[in-house]
Design a protein around this ligand. Structure first.
Ligand SMILES: NC(=O)c1ccc[n+]([C@@H]2O[C@H](COP(=O)([O-])OP(=O)(O)OC[C@H]3O[C@@H](n4cnc5c(N)ncnc54)[C@H](O)[C@@H]3O)[C@@H](O)[C@H]2O)c1
Length: 379
C-alpha cells in the first residue's frame, strides 16, 4: 500500500480549491506577481499557497507565532514555495521572519493578524498593490491604519461565509476536539465558561453544550450577553463564572481577559485554554509569576498557587486548536471555503478589480456568492 501523507489527504479533501487551482493554471491571474504571507503553516494553508503558485504567483511565506508545522514547511519547499524560517514561539525570531518576507518586496500580501501590512507602513515600498487580511484581530489592527494604508485590502473574516463556516462551526468543533485530545478528559457535566460570544465564542459554547457540558458565557457586550441567555446559556457575572468553572475558554481577541487577579477565584483543578488569535487573552506570565509551574505532559502546564490550588493552562495560552500536540486546526471543509475566498479576493486585487477605496473592507458580495454557489455545486 502506498502511504499518503496527511498533507496529501488534506489537499485532496480541499475540493473547491482544487477546482480553482485547475482554473488558475489556465487563466494565470498571478503571472509575474509575488505574494508575501505570514500565516499558520499547516496542511490547509499548504493547499492554498500551492493554488496561488498554480496561478503563476511567486509565493514567499513564513508562519505565525508558535503554529508552524515542520512537515508543512518541508512540503512547501519541496513544491517550490519559498518558506522563511521555521517553527518558533520566540517573538523576536518571528519578527525577523516577517521582516524577511517584506524584504522580498511582494506585490500582494496575504496577511493574518495584520503583521505584514502594519510592518509595511514602517518602510513602505510603492510596488505593493494590496491584498487580504484573514482575521478579526487583523481587521481590528488595520482599521485605524486605513488612511495610511490606502490600498485594496479585503478582510476574509468579514465574509458571512467565513463567519458561519469557520468561526462558528469549525472553531467550535476544533476547540472541543483539542480540549479532549490534549487533556483526555470528558466534557460530560463539566462546568465550562466561555469568554466572548462573537461567532467563535458561539461555536465553542454550542459545541461544548453538544458534548454535554454545563456551559456559561461571559460577554461584555450587553446585546450579545442577552443573545447568549436566549440561546439557553447561563450568563453569570465574571467573578462567579471564574469561581464556578471547571474549564475556562477565552475567545475574545482582547488582552488580559484572565490574569493574575483571577487567581484568587479559581477552583482547584481549573483548566484554562485560549482560542483567540493572540496568546495574550490568558496572561500566562501574570498567573505563573512566583508560582511553581510544571509541564506534566505535552501541551499542559500545571501552576500551583500559594495555597496549594492547582490550575492547568493548555498550550501556553496559544491558540489551543493550532498550538498543541498533533494540532489539526479547523476542519478541511471550513478552510476550503475560507481559502477559496482568499484565492478569489487575491485574484480580484491582482486583476485590479478593486481599488484603494476597498481598504480593509469585507469580501465583495459577488465573490461570496460565487464561492457559495461553487461549494454547493460540489456538495
Ligand atoms: N482559533 C481559531 O482557529 C480562530 C479562528 C478564527 C478566529 N479566531 C480568533 O478568535 C477571536 C474571536 O473571534 P470572533 O470572530 O468571535 O470575534 P468577535 O469580535 O466577533 O467576538 C469577540 C467577542 O468577545 C467579546 N469580548 C471582548 N472582550 C471581552 C472580555 N474581556 N470578556 C468577555 N467578552 C469579551 C466582544 O464583546 C465580542 O463579542 C479573535 O482573536 C479571532 O482572531 C480564532
Amino acid at each position: 500500500m502506498r502511504p499518503v501523507s496527511r498533507i496529501d489527504w488534506v489537499i485532496s479533501s480541499c475540493r473547491l480549491l482544487a477546482v480553482i487551482g485547475d482554473e488558475f493554471e489556465q487563466t494565470r491571474p498571478f503571472a509575474g506577481v509575488s505574494i508575501g504571507t505570514g500565516i499558520h503553516l499547516e496542511p490547509k494553508t499548504v493547499a492554498l499557497l500551492l493554488v496561488l503558485a498554480r496561478g503563476g504567483a511567486d509565493v514567499v511565506s513564513t508562519g505565525n507565532l508558535n503554529s508552524t508545522q515542520p512537515e508543512a514547511v518541508e512540503y512547501l519547499r519541496a513544491h517550490g514555495v519559498e518558506v522563511i524560517g521555521g517553527p518558533t514561539a520566540d517573538v523576536e525570531e518571528h519578527e525577523t521572519y516577517l521582516r524577511r518576507v517584506l524584504a522580498a518586496r511582494p506585490d500582494l500580501i496575504l496577511d493574518n493578524g495584520g503583521d505584514l501590512f502594519a510592518r509595511w507602513l514602517e518602510d513602505p515600498y510603492p510596488s505593493l498593490r494590496g491584498g487580504t487580511e484573514e482575521t478579526t484581530s487583523g481587521r481590528a489592527r488595520l482599521v485605524p491604519l486605513r488612511d495610511r494604508l490606502a490600498l485594496p485590502i479585503l478582510v476574509i473574516n468579514d465574509s458571512p461565509i467565513k463567519q458561519f463556516a469557520e468561526n462558528e462551526h469549525a472553531v467550535g468543533q476544533s476547540v472541543l476536539e483539542s480540549f479532549i485530545r490534549i487533556t483526555n478528559r470528558s466534557t460530560n457535566g463539566k462546568r465550562v465558561t466561555v469568554f466572548g460570544y462573537g461567532a467563535c465564542g458561539r461555536g465553542v459554547a454550542h459545541n461544548f453544550r453538544g458534548a454535554r457540558a454545563l456551559v456559561s458565557v461571559v460577554e461584555v457586550d450587553p446585546v450579545l450577553r442577552l443573545q447568549a441567555l436566549l440561546d439557553g446559556f447561563a450568563v453569570p457575572d465574571r467573578e462567579s463564572a471564574i469561581a464556578e468553572a471547571d474549564v475556562i475558554v477565552t475567545v475574545t481577541g482582547a488582552p488580559g481577559v484572565i490574569g493574575a487577579t483571577a487567581s484568587e477565584l479559581f477552583g482547584d483543578g481549573t483548566i484554562l485554554l485560549n482560542a483567540g488569535h493572540l496568546p495574550w487573552e490568558i496572561d500566562v506570565a501574570g498567573i505563573t509569576a512566583g508560582n511553581e509551574t510544571t509541564s506534566a505532559t505535552d501541551g499542559i502546564e500545571t501552576v500551583t498557587l500559594a495555597d496549594g490550588r492547582r490550575i492547568q493552562i493548555l498550550t501556553g495560552g496559544h491558540m489551543v486548536n493550532l498550538a498543541g500536540p498533533r494540532p489539526l486546526g479547523n476542519s478541511v471543509e471550513s478552510m476550503d471555503l475560507g481559502f477559496a475566498l482568499q484565492a478569489r479576493c487575491l485574484e480580484a486585487v491582482a486583476r485590479g478589480e478593486v481599488g484603494a477605496e476597498a481598504c480593509v473592507v469585507p469580501v465583495p458580495r459577488a465573490i461570496d456568492e460565487a464561492v457559495a454557489r461553487a461549494f454547493v455545486a460540489l456538495a
